[in-house]
Design a protein around this ligand. Sequence first.
Ligand SMILES: NC(=O)c1ccc[n+]([C@@H]2O[C@H](COP(=O)([O-])OP(=O)(O)OC[C@H]3O[C@@H](n4cnc5c(N)ncnc54)[C@H](OP(=O)(O)O)[C@@H]3O)[C@@H](O)[C@H]2O)c1
Length: 271
Amino acid sequence: MSKNDTIDDFLRSFSCVIITGASSGIGRAILSRIYNSGTAAAVFNLSRTPPEGVPNTCKFTHLTCDLSQPSQVEDVVGELRKLMPAEGRILLVNNSGFGGYGEFPAPGLDHTLKMVDVNVRAPVQLTGLLWDELKRRGGQVATVASLAGYQPTPLMTTYAATKAFMLHWSIALDAEAKPYGVRCVAICPGPVSTNFSKAAGFSGPTGLGGQTAEDCVDESLHAMAKSRPQVIPGWKNRLLGMFSARLPKPWAAAIGLRMIRRLRLDRFVQR
Ligand SMILES: NC(=O)c1ccc[n+]([C@@H]2O[C@H](COP(=O)([O-])OP(=O)(O)OC[C@H]3O[C@@H](n4cnc5c(N)ncnc54)[C@H](OP(=O)(O)O)[C@@H]3O)[C@@H](O)[C@H]2O)c1
């Protein structure tokens, strides 16, 4: 079976897909691929803005939600419970997230705490509120972590730590959830060309290059279809992840600091 067929079959196996952050970047590319699979699933997007060019239909619903607000996450799950099909496998994709660059707590303590809320608190809360439903019906929880989660990363200290949390959380949850027919997959992209750098406080692209969102999503969905507990899209990223994860953590931090300083990312920071 071709890679595309494997992904299509996988996506068609769900009656309900819930994704966060499909208004942009990686989430938007996942949403497009879901549509191209010809799935009959009811699809729900949770983010502050709707995905452009995707109107609400009987098969797609955008639910406005600021994931940094725990009360909004609780309310949106209440709405989901009323709208989602009552039976069939569920796919939950915890994708929303953003970063920040600079010496702690840059770009600001407020930004940093919101990052913890959106990158960590919200996926744990959302998964927790849907957990009984997931265990009863079976399905998958895919969480977009990051290559940055494999090592302590100076100048992106909080961002990398939120992604380390999600990486470990997802892999541990997979071991626990397997007997219930629920699999968990941690997706760990390296640099991907999206709005990420802008949301992290850079004035534009940082010149780090990276994968297209489509290539990243293609590899990620294949790993999801195979229920692999973790995936690092891109062979160069995989090598880097394997290398840095094996270093003693203080060494990885010291080497990381030197490498990041050499990139002179300060040039791109929005003033
Ligand atoms: N791009 C990269 O280089 C890269 C690398 C590794 C991992 N990642 C991870 O990939 C995921 C997707 O990022 P991306 O690269 O696609 O960036 P992006 O283009 O900036 O998209 C981020 C998405 O997160 C949503 N989001 C942000 N704050 C939110 C909030 N308070 N409530 C609800 N949704 C919120 C945004 O939706 P709204 O603005 O409409 O709310 C948007 O859809 C993130 O978890 C990121 O950490 C990205």
